[in-house]
Write a protein that binds this ligand. Structure first.
Ligand code: UDP
Ligand code: MG
Length: 148
């Protein structure tokens, strides 16, 4: 079934000038970009983004990190896009993520992991709503679709 997910190329991806290479991983997999926005996430928005983690020991650090600089926020659309993007991203920490994954190839620490991706259809719907109005999500046919 066609799904949507919210992907964020986090502040370290911008500062390390890896946006193109990370976006390429998603494009190469054949995932359709349905929306994109370059922006700065303020602390209150980061807190809403990580609301499920409120009370956990890393909550404040995760909020600080996400709001520490500009980010690229995207909605990707494809069948099973949530599972696929989580696999492409790799495990949460770069020092544990498998080579071949985005985090495994580009992140090496426990702190900074370059990319966020929704982990379920429910979180995706909540997270997409934090960043995009319905009319900002673009509906179109991907030319490559019949070949994917
Ligand atoms: N995080 C952290 N320490 C932890 C767990 C998470 O710093 O022990 C940060 C990390 O940046 C992670 C984010 O909080 O990406 C959200 O955590 P989650 O468990 O949702 O990981 P993800 O879904 O990003 O893989
Ligand atoms: Mg998560």
């Amino acid at each position: 079934m066609t799904e949507r997910t919210l992907i964020i190329l986090k502040p370290d991806a911008v500062q390390r000038q890896l946006l193109g290479r990370v976006v390429s991983r998603f494009e190469e997999k054949g995932l359709k970009i349905a929306a994109a926005k370059f922006m700065r996430i303020c602390e209150p928005l980061a807190r809403r983004h990580y609301a499920v983690h409120e009370g956990k020991p890393f909550f404040q650090a995760a909020v600080k990190y996400l709001s520490s600089g500009p980010v690229l926020v995207m909605v990707l659309e494809a069948d099973n896009v949530i599972t696929m993007t989580r696999k492409l991203m790799g495990k949460t920490f770069g020092n544990e993520a498998e080579p071949g994954t985005i985090r495994g190839d580009f992140a090496g620490s426990k702190g900074l992991n370059l990319v966020h991706g929704s982990d379920s259809p429910e979180t995706a719907a909540y997270e997409i709503g934090l960043y995009f109005k319905p009319e900002e999500i673009v509906s179109y046919d991907l030319a490559a679709q019949p070949w994917l």
